[in-house]
Design a protein around this ligand. Sequence first.
Ligand code: UGA
Length: 440
Amino acid sequence: MKICVVGTGYVGLVTGACLADFGMDVVGVDKDEAKIEGLKRCEIPIYEPGLETLVRKNMKENRLSFTTDLGPAIREAVAVFIAVGTPSRPDGSADLKFVRQVATSIGENLNGYKVIVTKSTVPTGTGKLIEGIVREQAGDDAAFAVVSNPEFLREGSAIEDFMHPNRVVVGSSDQRAIDIMLDIYSPLGRANVPFVISGVETAELIKYASNAFLATKISFINEVARLSERLGADVEKVARGMGLDNRIGPKFLHPGPGFGGSCFPKDSRAITQIAQEHGMSFRIMEAVLEVNDATKRRMIRKIEQATGGTAGKTIGVLGLSFKPQTDDIRESAALDIVDALRANGAKVRTHDPAAMEECRKLWDDVDFAEDAYQAADGADALVIVTEWNEFRALDLDRLKKLLKRPLIIDLRNIYDPSKMAAAGFDYVSVGRPATKRVDS
Ligand code: UGA
């Protein structure tokens, strides 16, 4: 079956490569000529484990190709997946201009029945909007159906998430379109992955509600971490004790510097905005967002307190991406932290395994180190912001020798407080009592 995926960003590229791997004949379309030229040479513009191998394999087997020419790609396809960006507007609502442009092109090129699939996270009602635009272009008798098929990919494990999802959501009122979707996803159907078939609006809301709920879990545990610090409790044990209850579950109960990335902040703002537009204030989500901003600020205060003020000091910062296994720095807490340190008069020396390239464009007064040790060399404190694996087992003796003062501020709780004290560090983490170095 011929499939056109419009947008070769994160979602589009992963979707295209994985659908090609399912045996579909996929063409990925983007208006960015340089990107498409690169993709034709198998140059992947994003950092995602396994993606390059998958793209290369499917291009070689002639199931995956790339073009900037949208018209012919639409005309040849049975299903057109829309995977273009939906950036946040200043008021938090999603900007649908790219979705509108694609819908117009689909309408102009409609040459027979097609399934139009939204993969991007779009506000409820976007399905209807697309339908209206396509009808306007192609006429009232035009044969097509709009499907909402939200993605639940996590950056860093997107291929795994696509190939082994917890569920596939297909929202449409058109049985023929649903059958085509089931056909496209038949390898997952055979693997007994549950399918949720619903109306378009319901599918659109499933996506927002899922991300909003996960963001709520994170803000919740970040508040429990703050309370733990007041009470002298250990948030890690609290989270474990809570998470062993099957109804709660252990996932997304890791306290940290606040959630970032291209999804949780944007989707939390968008669902709040959608609710407002429908005369309802989604109070929990308003609080989740407030707590997230406050958490980022709290981390900065934590660093200032632990160091006795960072002005004039050198601070090593480990991790810049919003989470490990990605070079994505969108809404990363690390950006707020580094900016605050710079504003407070500290010298920042940082290392990230993937995100330094992007950050170099932001700051010209920050030192970018080759590894964690170089970032620690001569620093008054070392702050762990992103829990990359390579930061989990650092050579503590070596670090201690390199740091001016043996102070580690671990905003992801990847080290054990008592072991850090025994290793000779003053150690501050999130939601756990700070420990003082035991000098040997
Ligand atoms: C998220 C969802 O997990 C995916 O299911 C969804 O498809 C995706 O958004 C999307 O809508 O496209 P992603 O943003 O890639 O995926 O990353 P997550 O792994 O969910 O992490 C998001 C943020 O929450 C990160 O900053 C992470 O550090 C933080 N987080 C996560 C915590 O602070 N604590 C946790 O327990 C979990």
